[in-house]
Design a protein. Structure first.
Length: 149
């Protein structure tokens, strides 16, 4: 199952990179509101990773397994996407990081490396939150059904 979780992390990262490049193609990559769709891409990938694991494990599926699948796939995706953004910011479009930092933080910070740190922390935080959220749907129920005699 570990290979499938890694695969989902890679697919999430590829989705994020493809979306960024598509938005870049249209010159909209500096619009911070379009980053909201990144959350939808990550959410869908984590949801599918947990759902696939539950389907595969069946009755032996537990909360920890699902949470671990969500966290692992999201963290892998975040690391790959942050690496891609590092290459993009420092080698392909060096002015992009400074423009985004100017728009977001103004004159407080201008170091593009801070932008990578923000992307990393944002990705990790959303992964944890989404994994916890989806596990509310997928966790095994311990409810006892009442039978009326």
């Amino acid at each position: 199952m570990e290979k499938k979780i890694i695969k989902y992390g890679g697919f999430i990262a590829l989705g994020l990179i493809a979306y960024f490049l598509l938005v870049r193609l249209f010159g909209l990559h500096e619009n911070p509101w379009l980053r909201l769709f990144n959350g939808a891409i990550v959410a869908y990938g984590i949801y599918r990773a947990i759902k696939d694991l539950k389907k595969e494990k069946g009755i032996s599926f537990n909360y920890f397994d699902g949470f671990k699948a969500g966290i692992t796939s999201g963290f892998i995706a975040t690391l790959i996407f942050t690496l891609f953004m590092g290459i993009y910011i420092f080698h392909l479009d060096t002015g992009f990081g400074e423009k985004i930092m100017d728009m977001s933080l103004g004159s407080v910070a201008t170091e593009p490396g801070l932008l990578l740190f923000i992307i990393l922390i944002e990705g990790f935080a959303s992964t944890v939150i989404l994994s916890l959220l989806f596990m509310q749907k997928f966790k095994p129920s311990w409810n006892i059904t009442n039978k009326v005699s």
